[in-house]
Ligand binder design. Structure first.
Ligand code: ADP
Length: 275
């Protein structure tokens, strides 16, 4: 079996930390898989994302044991620039993502391509296509700083998608958005899933995870607690012991089963509950 991402016995301690924040973490992700990472605050999810994009060990020093391999090659043997072509990273706060030097949304999305020295005509065609895909063409002449949080997060996603990475690492993209902004951002994530991108998503909203994720990893205190497919994890009461929720339909199903109701399958989404 060939895996696109292999996390091999990773133990990592920040230079200022007192103990490792990742402890013997191992799992694999296949090409085209949508993997959600769940777990309580401070459990090491963002740190893990930073290891996958090579910021650990290249920017954050500290002690890294084990290895992360992308496409069979260790992150230790690739520069952050090389890795950024394969792994696109979307931040929790879209303001952290934007370059701050572009006067318009169009320029902002073109920025990364320009830095790579891609021909202007080719770059602008790619920007146009991605703006259409992410439904932000009407914003192209606006200043990024004038946009709403949801609009800005879509621009941030577009500026990553335009670089055409195989892997998207998305760290709580909607934690600062209202329901409308959340829906708009997930519409783009849904499209990326349809395009068979490999997606790693850190998210607390379990209803969204239930709808999208193929593969789920629960981490707590820097350790992998559970690693399995969507239904396996989202119907496992052990998740609740780690300060992490389950989808409301799964909770209801588990409760009904406890009261003797004979359910063949615990639903994890509204669609499954109606079936
Ligand atoms: P999560 O994303 O699950 O909330 P993080 O990966 O952000 O968890 O943090 C895991 C632990 O590492 C926390 O205890 C946090 O305080 C610590 N930590 C995060 N970033 C740094 C850093 N740059 N330096 C030292 N400790 C850090």
């Amino acid at each position: 079996m060939d895996y696109l991402i292999e996390i091999q016995q990773v133990t990592y301690q920040y230079p200022t930390g007192e103990k490792p924040v990742l402890q013997d973490v191992s799992f694999q992700i296949k090409k085209g898989e949508f993997c959600a990472i769940i777990g309580p605050n401070g459990s090491g999810k963002t740190t893990l994302c930073n290891a996958i994009r090579g910021f650990i060990p290249h920017f954050y020093k500290g002690e890294l044991h084990g290895d992360v391999r992308i496409n069979g090659k260790s992150i230790k043997d690739q520069t952050v620039g090389e890795l950024s072509l394969q792994v696109g990273f979307v931040f929790q706060n879209p303001f952290s993502q934007i370059s701050g030097v572009s006067e318009t949304v169009f320029e902002e999305i073109r920025f990364g391509l320009e830095n790579l020295g891609i021909d202007t005509v080719v770059a602008e065609k790619r920007v146009d296509e991605v703006m259409k895909l992410t439904k932000i063409t009407h914003l192209q002449d606006r200043n990024p700083f004038e946009l709403s949080g949801g609009q800005l997060q879509r621009v941030a996603l577009a500026s990553i998608i335009v670089m055409e990475p195989d892997i998207l690492v998305i760290d709580e993209p909607t934690s600062q958005l209202d329901p409308e902004g959340t829906e708009e951002v997930f519409e783009i994530i849904r499209l990326m899933k349809e395009k068979q991108k490999t997606i790693i998503l850190v998210e607390h909203k379990m209803e969204l995870i239930a709808e999208y994720a193929d593969h789920i990893i629960l981490i707590d205190d820097g350790k992998v607690i559970l690693n399995g497919n969507n239904e396996e994890i989202l119907t496992n009461e052990k998740v609740l012991e780690h300060n992490t929720l389950l989808p409301q339909y799964a909770m209801l199903g588990l409760e009904l089963r406890k009261h003797g109701v004979n359910l063949d399958r615990i639903p994890v989404t509204e669609k499954q509950a109606k079936e």
